[in-house]
Design a protein around this ligand. Structure first.
Ligand code: COA
Ligand code: AMP
Length: 631
């Protein structure tokens, strides 16, 4: 069967098709049907099934006689550690951790926040939650205490599992003070915190609240897997929206298992026992789906890589890992390859490594620019497959199903929709547009299994953010078009979300932070093009009347404020102090025009602009920041 047959079979009988895929999962009770549409347009999948994620990701492989197979390889060039954990070891470690959590009162449905760097213990914590039906929410280490506090208040966790520190090249990230700060800031207080002490830094434990990772597991009864309903939340993952309040994307258990299991062979060409590597972070959706869950559900070996594409120790690190661990399928963000290309344009470092067992490179997280794709194809000598998806969907919306049939690659397009997704380009009036016309990218409801059923404690926001603009569709927030062959091209976001080094950030959230500066009267944050990171945030601030601080000082304080409130990952370093912001007569800030000027693109003077002279001031301010680049 080729792609067209598979997609056609899904179209002909979507529910039957998914129910059939569900047979690949070990259920305690097989669901009576696939789709539950009684609350449409809120849909659920496999709701009345009973299943456990940890059983499927760990125990069932041991039971099948594969306990000796390596489940996780930790490869950490920043600490010099390399070690392997078999499926049997993983089961024992996770069962003990789950038992310890249960002994301290964590039960099915309780939330647990996980704040850890790229260590196998992060995956063990996720799986231990899944084992007892607790709902985890992993928070990326590059966020500041304030962002962690926002998530604590929204998820209201019973426990927080953290590491003492993370390691960034050249500095230790002190997780524990960030954690303590976040708990101080948050209104909700967890019952207890579990701290995994790393050799690089032993953190102070707060008496009565904090327990040591090893000590609290000592002598506990290991926990068995608790079957949960198919619609039970497996996890909450917060992602950037248009405001400072992140959206808590909910992932339901049954659909998550079925959909991820399907992708491993059909998209990533992986077989059980193969080594699959996603070079991302557990704090992002790619880390959830493709460092932790999918490879383990499928019985493959996954790599937890604690390092960077360059500088740990050099731009050959990725090739070393691919060779050493016999990676057959590799997934990363285009930014990582741009970083390698910048240091080693001819791909010379690859001469030292044998990566001949690699079948393909998969790119996602941001637009894959043709230069980078062509470069990767040339130096790595494997097909390069771009695929497009989001935190909300948890797996590929549009990609190249190479495991079914490698489709023609058109550079610049992530290719065609996966079964489960009916993707349409809609005009402002909500009608589908013909090939070649740019519009909003939307997916006809219901979304497939594995995608978000709702937002945590915010069903109204879910409806407003995704289901209201185009009734009957899920609004992706991306704009693009399709060619005559149905290939999709992603062009831009339709909201305030920007993509910095494959990290999704909200300019709205940064504006909220800048607006809190006592000398800032008004501000705007835009995303400007960047050769390495794709986009970078840039702030424009107008000071309050009577402020007599020098502009440079205010700009410096703004940079510090965003780093302290959102985190270093925002990479917010460009700020201009200006007298006024360009606006329409009705008072809307002309951010899109500012982006065009910064990127050195042609633009039409908006007919509704209030005072065109302000654009000259903006152009001058941009010049002082070195924009447009190369001008
Ligand atoms: N914990 C703490 N801080 C972190 C962090 C983490 N997990 N991850 C990043 N940071 C910090 C960095 O140290 C840096 O701080 P600095 O301002 O003090 O230098 C800042 O956040 C920005 O980090 P980053 O965007 O990673 O930039 P960089 O210049 O350090 O590295 C790349 C550039 C291209 C090498 C890097 O961005 C990269 O590897 N990108 C791939 C992204 C990726 O895999 N995304 C996943 C989506 S699929
Ligand atoms: P995240 O939720 O962090 O995965 O970010 C999702 C967003 O990143 C999408 O809505 C797109 O804007 C962008 N994105 C992800 N993958 C791609 C891709 N392959 N091509 C273009 N943009 C992408």
């Amino acid at each position: 069967m080729g792609y067209a047959d598979v997609y056609g079979a899904w179209q002909a009988d979507p529910e039957g098709w998914w129910l059939n895929e569900a047979k690949e999962i070990a259920w305690d009770r097989f669901p009576s049907r696939a789709l539950f549409d009684d609350k449409a347009p809120i849909y659920e999948w496999f709701s009345d099934g009973l299943v456990n994620t940890c059983w499927n990701a760990v125990d069932r492989h041991v039971e099948a006689g594969n306990g000796g197979r390596v489940a996780i390889i930790h490869d950490s060039p920043v600490t010099g550690v390399k070690h392997k954990i078999t499926y049997s070891d993983l089961r024992n470690r996770v069962a003990r951790l789950a038992g310890a959590l249960r002994a301290k009162g964590v039960e099915k449905g309780d939330r647990v926040i996980i704040y850890m760097p790229m260590v196998p213990e992060a995956l063990e914590a996720m799986l231990a939650c899944a084992r007892i039906g607790a709902v985890h929410s992993v928070v990326f280490g590059g966020f500041a205490a304030n962002e962690l506090a926002t998530r604590i208040d929204d998820a209201k966790p019973k426990a927080i599992i953290a590491a003492s520190c993370g390691i960034e090249p050249g500095r230790v990230v002190h997780y524990k003070p960030l954690l303590d700060g976040a708990i101080d800031l948050a209104r909700h207080k967890p019952d207890f915190c579990v701290v995994f002490q790393r050799e690089e830094e032993v953190a102070h434990l707060e008496e009565g609240r904090d327990v040591d990772w090893h000590a609290f597991q000592y002598g506990v009864e290991p926990a068995d897997c608790v079957p949960v309903e198919g619609n039970h939340p497996a996890y909450i993952l917060y992602t950037s929206g248009t405001t400072g309040q992140p959206k808590g994307v909910v992932r339901a258990t049954g659909g998550h298992l079925v959909a991820l299991n399907w992708t491993m062979k059909n998209i990533y060409q992986v077989q059980p026992g193969d080594t699959f590597w996603a070079a991302s972070d557990v704090g992002w959706v790619v880390g959830h789906s493709y460092i932790c869950y999918a490879p383990l559900i499928y019985g493959a070996t996954t790599i937890v890589f604690e390092g960077k594409p360059v500088g740990t120790p050099d731009a050959g690190t990725f090739w070393r890992v691919i060779e050493e661990h016999k990676v057959v399928s590799f997934f990363t963000a285009p930014t990582a390859l741009r970083a390698i290309k910048r240091e080693d344009p001819a791909g010379k470092l690859l001469d030292d490594y044998d990566i001949s067992h690699l079948r393909a490179l998969y790119l996602a997280g941001e637009r894959a620019d043709p230069d980078t794709v062509e470069w990767a194809k040339r130096v790595m000598g494997v097909p390069v497959y771009d695929h497009w998806w989001q935190t909300e969907t948890g797996w590929t919306i549009v990609g190249n199903p190479a495991g079914i049939e490698p489709l023609e690659v058109k550079v610049g397009s992530p290719t065609l929709p996966m079964p489960g997704y009916d993707v349409q380009i809609l005009g402002e009036d909500g009608h589908p547009l013909p090939p070649g016309e740019l519009g909003a990218i939307a997916v006809k409801l219901p979304l497939p299994p594995g995608t978000l059923p709702t937002l945590w404690n915010a069903e109204d926001r879910f409806r407003k953010s995704y289901l209201t603009t185009f009734p009957g569709y899920y609004e992706t927030g991306d704009a693009g078009y399709r060619d005559e062959d149905g290939y999709l091209y992603i062009m831009a976001r339709t909201d305030d979300v920007i993509n910095v080094a494959g990290h999704r950030l909200s300019t709205g959230a940064m504006e909220e932070v800048l607006a809190a500066h006592p000398d800032v009267a008004e501000c705007a944050v835009i995303g400007v093009g960047d050769e390495l990171k794709g986009q970078l945030p840039m702030g424009f601030v107008c000071t309050s009347k009577g402020t007599n601080k020098p502009d440079a000082e205010i700009a410096k304080e703004c940079v510090k404020l965003v780093r302290d409130r959102i985190g270093p990952v925002a990479a917010f370093k460009l700020v201009a102090v200006v007298d006024r912001l360009p606006k329409t007569r009705s008072g809307k800030i002309l951010r899109a025009t500012m982006v065009k000027i910064a990127d050195g693109q042609e633009f039409k003077l908006p007919a509704t602009i209030d005072d065109p002279a302000i654009l000259d001031e903006i152009t001058e301010a941009l010049k002082s920041l070195g924009y447009p680049k190369g001008a």
